[in-house]
Design a binder for this molecule. Structure first.
Ligand code: FUB
Length: 486
């Protein structure tokens, strides 16, 4: 073979194996429960309990035809009442909605990577990174020039199309946004290489200068996520970018592996103490399931992109991550690893030790057990109007919050100036589970954390204006999942 043909042949082989242009030729049903979505390729899941009491996730979509990360052009949402049965609500945003044009600008290649979604005051907000590869004249220090930043879109319902309300959030740079609402009512946006900032009440701008958070680790790669448990902030992220597995030495301790690591802090913007690994390389240590021909491990040893999202649902925490198990099945009936840009969302339980450190996730092929919830959707605390002055509180005895209520709301009357209502358990100084920020809007709602069990509930007004506060129908809701139309 002459040298040019050899180079061309090697190039083709590399392109095909890296970008996975292999045909999805196996149409037999996928035989296991993980991944949870099997009719398309999904990645980068961002799970949250929404006001209908269901778990919703927005995901990136990997192309059925392969072609690499630049072919990622839209997002789907999915929901579940039990963590096992998932409904695909279809495409909610597309790159063309973002571009506002039918074609990409000359010399630019646009892609939509890992998103996140939040509910706030009656609306759903979708945060997503716009990633533009400058294919022409676009080199910086010998590398292809890439621009990326965070944008936000809004919708009245997570199963409907989102509309872009800010195509570029000023001050952002990088990929993988994650949004987090704290118990004191503050909202945070995290993104890129461990940047964090407060989000404004309009949800479309930053309300503070971004800080590069100290994560106590110089192997941070991407995919930041924030979780809170027992008053501590857990930041997690993809650390390292892995190197291919040597089949002769698959567990080589010296090989760079794609790990999902985490750190803990007392503060949502750090500094964090690096605590170790939450999820080992994808496809490692999976018990049961098919084996790579002649080896003692599953075929889908996905060496890239360990991307995690965490949700608590009625007493357990779950890690959402992705693997190439489905592409391994659809392409090679489990005789090869599948491709790393044809990924699929999996779910397994996240467990903690007594001291609050994490037990690295046991990746499974069965996924998790069905969650059954047997309690009312909402608890209305009071039907009469409540009148309170600054720093006054009202309490409700022995409220049964069961296995969890995820939102609290009230209808405020005649709001002269914004104020906060704290929701605390058992005393005016007890555990803060959420803070409602009341504005002229009237109806105010907030996400809750740790709202479970039987407690006396205290509502405490923080208002500097010394006005009398009047509100109606304070209620806990999203305590059991509502059915949705399929
Ligand atoms: O899915 C595209 C990119 O791969 C994400 O933005 C990263 O986190 C990695 O999962």
């Amino acid at each position: 073979m002459n040298k040019k043909i050899l180079i061309l042949a090697v190039g083709i082989v590399l392109t095909f194996s890296v970008y996975g242009q292999k045909a999805n030729k196996n149409t037999k049903p996928y035989p296991y429960s993980n991944p949870i979505i099997k009719h398309m390729y999904t990645a980068d899941a961002a799970p949250h309990v929404m006001p209908d009491g269901r778990v919703w996730m927005v995901t990136s979509v990997d192309s059925d035809n392969g072609g690499g990360y630049s072919t990622m052009h839209c997002y789907h949402t999915f929901s579940s009442a039990d963590m096992v049965n998932w409904i695909d609500h279809g495409e909610v945003l597309n790159v063309w909605d973002v571009l506002g044009a039918k074609e990409e600008p000359e010399g630019e290649d646009w892609a939509l990577w890992a998103p996140d979604m939040a509910y706030y005051e009656g609306k759903y907000y979708l945060y997503f990174p716009v990633r533009i590869v400058h294919t022409e004249n676009g080199y910086e220090e010998g590398k292809r020039k890439v621009t990326s930043y965070i944008a936000v879109a809004v919708s009245n319902s997570p199963d409907q199309k989102f509309k872009v309300i800010n195509p570029k959030i000023e001050g952002t740079r990088g990929i993988d946004p994650a949004v987090f609402i704290d118990d004191d009512g503050e909202k945070y946006l995290y993104y890129g290489s461990h940047w964090g900032a407060k989000l404004a009440d309009n949800m479309k701008e930053l309300a503070s200068d971004p800080v590069m958070m100290d994560v106590d680790d110089d192997h941070f790669m991407e995919a930041i996520w924030m979780n809170k448990r027992d008053g501590k902030y857990y930041v997690s992220y993809h650390a390292h970018y892995g190197k291919p597995v040597d089949p002769e030495n698959p567990d080589d301790p010296n090989r760079l592996k794609s790990l999902l690591d985490y750190g803990i802090s007392d503060n949502p913007l750090g500094p964090f103490n690096h605590m170790g690994t939450m999820n080992y390389e994808l496809g490692v240590n999976v018990k049961d399931g098919p084996r790579y021909p002649g080896r003692d491990y599953v075929p889908w040893r996905l060496t890239q992109s360990n991307h995690g999202g965490i949700v608590e649902f009625h007493g357990k925490e779950y890690l959402f991550y992705h693997t190439s198990a489905l592409s391994s099945w659809r392409q090679d009936e489990f005789k090869a690893e599948g491709t790393w840009t044809q990924r699929s969302v999996c779910v397994d339980e996240l467990k903690y030790k007594q001291d609050g450190t994490l037990i690295p996730v046991q990746q499974t092929i069965e996924s998790v057990d069905k969650v059954k919830v047997n309690q009312p959707y909402e608890i209305v605390l009071e039907n009469e109007s409540v009148k309170l002055n600054t720093d006054e509180s009202i309490s409700y005895r022995d409220i049964d919050l069961g296995t969890g209520y995820y939102y609290f709301g009230l209808k405020a009357q005649d709001v002269k100036q914004p104020y906060n209502v704290e929701i605390r358990l058992d005393s005016t100084e007890g555990k803060l589970i959420g803070t409602v920020v009341v504005t002229e809007n009237g109806t105010a709602e907030t996400f809750l954390r740790n709202a479970n069990g039987v407690h006396d509930v205290y509502l405490i007004v923080n208002d500097n204006t010394k006005n009398e506060i009047i509100f109606n129908a304070p209620r806990f809701f999203a305590g059991s999942p509502k059915k949705v139309k399929q």
